[in-house]
Design a protein around this ligand. Structure first.
Ligand SMILES: Nc1ncnc2c1ncn2[C@@H]1O[C@H](COP(=O)(O)OP(=O)(O)O)[C@@H](O)[C@H]1O
Ligand SMILES: N[C@@H](CCOP(=O)(O)O)C(=O)O
Length: 318
């Protein structure tokens, strides 16, 4: 589930009076997602998503995210901008949390993408990168390379409760990735978490790119590496689905293009991305109470991906 903060009906009804968004008909908590509280809100004029921002989203970052969404929406990208109230405000406070009322997008996220879906999603990332060419706001990547060592140290020896020698394994992998991290690649605003659950689709067509709350400024090719790790493997990270991998890469390259130096860097960027998602999942695994109403994601699924990338190198992206 992902409803951490309950919003009483009366509070929501009052909140909606700030907008030209009709009157409340129904509101339901949305089970998917792990970071924020989300409600599906139906009013007399339409359907909206109400998001209350929780632990990992800082209120100071919301103007960056909203400017990014407005920029992309103005360039016809399938993203959900926040709805402005009558005073022009997009960012609010509700039930003690920062909150936004967001445009609802149709579509569903896929759990096992087909090659055709991966091609469309890769192309959607490419078009998004093209549209971000003139976006000049900057947000440092709070989940970037510099954050991984401190997070690994915070997990510390507790990692070995998940699997034997896990701390040493990740320590070595991180040292190798840090030493090989590329310099001089193009930087851009990136989504940084474009997993299948953050892409809405109807059939093979992308209808929505959502959940921009890790968006930041970093190496543009890191976005593709993150997406590759999330899309081109089975969920447990045991098998690289080569046809899905090939389609994702082709879709991106056709829509935007991939420089030789970006392609050459993908193996190390993908290993870095595995460490990033391993660490946040491991932290949550170790620190989420067993009875919490949220599904913990398996960190070892990212250790397995890391091992496949280490073994295959460039061949993983063929
Ligand atoms: N703009 C939107 N349009 C339609 N559905 C949405 C929208 N935003 C979120 N959702 C739904 O809410 C779920 C959780 O949203 P998400 O932003 O991924 O949450 P979290 O940040 O907690 O991971 C999504 O899987 C999707 O079903
Ligand atoms: N994609 C991350 C977790 C972030 O969750 P999201 O629901 O906000 O995408 C992971 O799988 O570890």
């Amino acid at each position: 589930m992902a409803v951490y903060t309950r919003v009483p009906t009366e509070t929501l009804r009052d909140f909606l009076t700030r907008f030209d968004a009709g009157e409340l008909r129904s509101a339901k908590g949305i089970a998917e997602g792990v970071e924020n509280s989300n409600y599906l809100v139906d009013t007399t004029t339409g359907r909206f998503i109400l998001t209350l921002y929780e632990k990992r989203v800082s209120a100071e970052d919301l103007p960056f995210f909203m400017a990014l969404l407005d920029h992309l929406a103005a360039r016809d990208q399938p993203v959900p901008p926040a709805i402005a109230d009558r005073a022009g405000r997009e960012i609010h406070e509700l039930a003690g949390r920062p909150a936004c009322l967001i445009r609802f997008l149709p579509g569903v996220s896929v759990t096992r993408p087909t090659p055709a879906q991966a091609r469309s999603a890769g192309a959607a990332l490419g078009r998004m990168h093209a549209a971000l060419g003139d976006f000049d706001r900057v947000r440092p990547n709070s989940m970037g390379l510099e954050s991984w060592r401190p997070l690994l140290d915070r997990c510390g020896g507790d990692l070995d409760r998940i699997a034997p020698d896990l701390f040493a394994r990740i320590d070595t992998a991180l040292a190798q990735v840090t030493a090989a991290w590329p310099a001089g690649l193009p930087r851009s605003a990136i989504h940084a978490d474009l997993f299948p659950d953050n892409v809405l689709m109807l059939g093979d067509e992308v209808t929505g790119l959502i959940d921009f709350y890790f968006a930041c400024t970093d190496l543009r090719a890191l976005d593709l590496a993150i997406m590759h790790g999330a899309w081109a493997f089975d969920d447990a990270g045991r098998t690289l689905e080569r046809d899905v991998s090939h389609a994702l890469m082709a879709g991106y390259a056709e829509a935007f293009g991939l420089r030789d130096d970006e392609r050459a860097a993908l193996p190390v960027l993908a290993r870095g991305a595995c460490i990033r998602f391993f660490l946040t999942r491991a932290w949550d695994w170790l620190n989420t109470p067993a009875d919490a109403m949220v599904t913990r994601k398996d960190p070892l699924a990212y250790l397995r991906r890391l091992e496949i990338y280490e073994r295959l190198g460039e061949e993983a992206f063929a």
